[in-house]
Design a protein. Structure first.
Lengths: 346, 278
């Protein structure tokens, strides 16, 4: 178990810099999720921590030790790959034992640890099988088992669920959460899926273009996104953005804020409530309704041409082409600078 | 509507006929060679004995008694084997480096290697002969034949291995790094077991190319290191056209490699299609 510290970490390929000076503190035992769109550098950052990518500048420390120049296998980290990356020519048992064998662990100790890990992951029955004969979910468990037997200080997961089907993804997500509960080891988890991030993380790190946009607990990111990018990235469906001109004349009064033209107003679909036209913050023409049963996603467009989505408990009575008005509780509205995208405290 | 995949009746008849015709055309010289090898030199040139003749083993007996077939055969085995081993010993690390740690210039290096195959061998005949004979003093030695066979096949060996190694997911190698294997362990414990099929077909193809090589083995040897190619060559020119004997020598020279190829058909097909067929 260990904490992890990143100081001004940079990654350059030739002349192009892809990670632009990342500072991050990860507490001992914390479950941290790196999230961001593809190409944001989250995997690269993870691989730098793992020791699979060189660190161009800055320092990565595990516990008190700087590990920049330490080989991947000596860092006390274990990685679970998206493609599982099991050794196809070895049985499940040998896959899990391979790392310990490299470290010259005594055979009885290897056996004890492999069986203990297999027990946790319920793969004892498959130990003699080859990975070829396992399903995707089982393979991913073996990959996790291979990480567990090494008893690492930090677990690294690189999009471990993206190759699984939807049902299995939810189940495996739960298992990873339970595993963290049980082992209480520091875990770093990379995903582009904000639901995985929200459900698993103690702390979410949102990355974009090699820069950390915000670090915080899932709820903090949801309630107080520092900028428009984070606001849109966390939450589903995405937060709606409006210019002041898209809103009704009464909006400023309802929201108890001075609305200006250099401002973006962010309203989450789930916070919008149908109201009388006279009290509207925003009014839109109904375009499409997606009825999910428990809720309905109502797609609308304002007179000024801004599309937005509202999440309502029941599908609206209005027909396509008719206008619907919405209001929102003033404390649930978000304000961002139009140019910089930074949060405005209003 | 003519469904895709259901061929016409005509095609059902036509294609096998075409295939057999092509196969027979390709096979005919070999058939003729084997056939002729059982004729006496006198019978071999007579048209009336083309298909009907009294078979004889004279040519084969002659060959082992008078021409020292086994010495040539052993030379072929030695040179082709060692050339293949050395080519793999150099080729595996080279292909490994280029497949898993590519740089901007990896593609250029690969193309450059292949480009060496484009140089006409005859262009360097004189320097090669002069240097090995008068300067390095290695003319007509096993060492020279092995070296030359190894070098001329190295580009193909590296290309093939590179293609096979490329098919191995990089993550598996990285998982190995996380598990703490060193470079040699990566090659021994992960790469070679995974690329075993590719390695076998590469070795086989390299061996066959070495065995069949004639340009250099004929010109850079006289007796000591002469291979079966040289034996065939030697039976052609000096005493006129002894077709029966020449055919027997040729049959005995290509026989082993044809049998080897027959037994390893699967690997060969895989090797020749560069791993495209799985």
């Amino acid at each position: 178990m260990a904490s992890l510290t990143l100081r001004n970490v940079r990654k350059r390929y030739e002349a192009a810099e892809v990670i632009h000076g990342v500072d991050l503190d990860i507490e001992d035992g914390e479950f941290v999720v790196f999230v961001g769109p593809s190409g944001c550098g989250k995997s690269t950052l993870l691989r730098m921590i793992a020791g699979l990518e060189e660190i161009s500048d800055g320092s990565v420390s595990i516990g008190e030790t700087e590990v920049n120049e330490v080989a991947a296998s000596k860092r006390g980290v274990a990685m679970v790959f998206q493609t599982y990356a099991l050794y196809p020519h070895m049985t499940v048992y040998k896959n899990m034992a391979f790392g310990l064998k490299q470290a010259k662990t005594p055979a009885d100790e290897i056996d004890r640890r492999v069986r203990a890990a297999a027990d946790i992951l319920q793969i004892t029955d498959y130990l003699d099988r080859s990975p070829r004969h396992l399903s995707g979910g089982q393979r991913q468990r073996v990959a996790i088992g291979r990480a567990i037997v090494r008893d690492p200080k930090v677990f690294l997961f690189d999009e471990p669920l993206s190759n699984l089907d939807a049902a299995l993804r939810v189940q495996t997500r739960l298992e990873i959460a339970r595993l963290h509960e049980r082992l209480k080891t520091t875990m770093i988890y990379v995903t582009h899926d904000q639901v995985e991030a929200m459900t698993l993380a103690d702390k979410i790190v949102v990355l974009r273009d090699g820069v950390i946009e915000q670090v915080g607990s899932p709820i903090a990111l949801y309630e107080k996104p520092q900028n428009a990018f984070v606001a849109q990235f966390i939450g589903s469906p995405k937060m709606n953005f409006f210019a002041a001109s898209d809103l009704s004349k009464k909006a400023a009064k309802v929201l108890k804020t001075d609305l200006t033209d250099d401002m973006q107003i962010g309203l989450r679909p789930e916070h919008m409530q149908v109201c009388k036209a006279a009290d509207a913050v925003v009014t839109g023409t109904l375009e499409l309704v997606e009825n999910l049963g428990e809720v309905a996603l109502v797609h609308l467009i304002t007179d000024t041409g801004a599309s937005f989505i509202a999440k309502t408990e029941k599908p609206p009575k209005e027909a396509k082409g008719e206008a619907i008005s919405f209001t929102i509780a003033p404390e649930l509205a978000h304000y961002f600078d139009k140019d910089s995208g930074q949060r405005l405290e209003g | 509507m003519a469904a895709i995949g259901s061929r016409s009746k005509l095609g059902d008849i036509l294609w096998p006929v075409v295939a057999w015709t092509v196969a027979l055309i390709f096979f005919f010289p070999i058939f003729w060679m084997v056939f002729t090898s059982f004729k006496t030199d006198a019978d071999a040139v007579k048209p009336e004995f083309l298909f009907f003749f009294t078979p004889t083993l004279e040519n084969y007996l002659n060959m082992t008694e008078n021409y020292d077939y086994w010495r040539f055969a052993i030379n072929s085995v030695i040179t082709a084997s060692f050339a293949t081993i050395f080519a793999l010993a150099v080729g595996v690390p080279a292909a490994y480096a280029m497949a898993f740690n590519p740089t901007k210039r990896t593609k250029d290096v690969l193309v450059w290697m292949l480009s060496t195959k484009m140089l006409p061998a005859a262009a360097v005949l004189y320097p090669m002969t002069y240097l090995t004979k008068n300067f390095l003093n290695i003319f007509d030695t096993h060492f020279l034949v092995i070296l030359v066979l190894c070098l001329i096949n190295l580009p193909i060996v590296i290309w093939m291995l590179f293609t096979y190694f490329k098919e191995i997911p990089k993550e598996i190698i990285e998982a190995g790094q996380m598990d703490g294997v060193n470079t040699w362990g990566e090659i021994k414990d992960i790469l070679l077991p995974l690329a075993w099929g590719g390695l076998a077909s590469t070795a086989l193809l390299c061996f066959i190319f070495c065995w069949n090589e004639a340009y250099w083995t004929v010109r850079l040897t006289t007796t000591e290191a002469a291979t079966l190619s040289k034996l065939i060559e030697g039976n052609r020119a000096p005493e006129g056209l002894f077709f029966g004997r020449l055919s027997a020598v040729s049959t005995a020279a290509v026989g082993p490699i044809v049998v080897l190829g027959w037994f390893c058909q699967k690997q060969l097909v895989q090797g020749l299609t560069f791993g495209a067929v799985k």
